[in-house]
Structure formats: C-alpha cells, structure tokens
Design a protein around this ligand. Structure first.
Ligand code: SF4
Ligand code: SF4
Length: 73
C-alpha cells in the first residue's frame, strides 16, 4: 500500500492564546470556536476543505498555526 505525503495546517495549543483571529481569517470557514477543555478555544474542523491559503498562519500573532507534512494511506 502506498502512502501519500500531504501538507496540512495544525494548531499548536501550547502557543495558542485563544484570540480567535484565525477564525475570522479563514475564508473557508473551517476554523471554529469550540470549547475543549485545556486544548484551547479554536479548532480546524474540516481539513479536507483547506486550500492552504496560509491566511491563518500569517494572521496568528502567536505563531501557533503551522503547516505540517502528513502521511495518508
Ligand atoms: S490555510 Fe487557509 S483555508 Fe486552510 S485553515 Fe488556514 S485560513 Fe483556512
Ligand atoms: S490566531 Fe493563533 S493564537 Fe489566535 S486563536 Fe488562532 S491559533 Fe490561537
């Protein structure tokens, strides 16, 4: 079975302050305000719709949104 390398955005909750700026920066509307205990206030809810526009990465004042490589089957 071959594995495909794919880019994806993720939130580093050790840096996220919960300012919610990324929620308003995302034109796809896939970053939502959620309450998940100590994990933080925001979450990327549907990464399949992400266009990798980088708006959230550039908007985040804390450097908490990163582009990472993921392997999918
Ligand atoms: S890269 Fe763009 S589309 Fe993807 S989550 Fe960030 S702002 Fe939304
Ligand atoms: S912009 Fe950055 S610090 Fe603010 S909620 Fe989004 S990920 Fe967290």
């Amino acid at each position: 079975m071959s594995r495909v390398r794919k880019l994806s955005v993720m939130i580093d909750y050790s840096k996220c302050t919960g300012c919610t700026l990324c929620v308003y920066a995302c034109q796809k509307g896939i970053i939502r305000i959620v309450k998940k205990g100590i994990r933080g206030l925001v979450e990327i809810v549907n990464k399949d719709l992400c266009s990798l526009c980088m708006s959230c990465v550039l908007t985040c004042p804390s450097g908490a949104v990163r582009v990472v490589r993921q392997f999918v089957s």
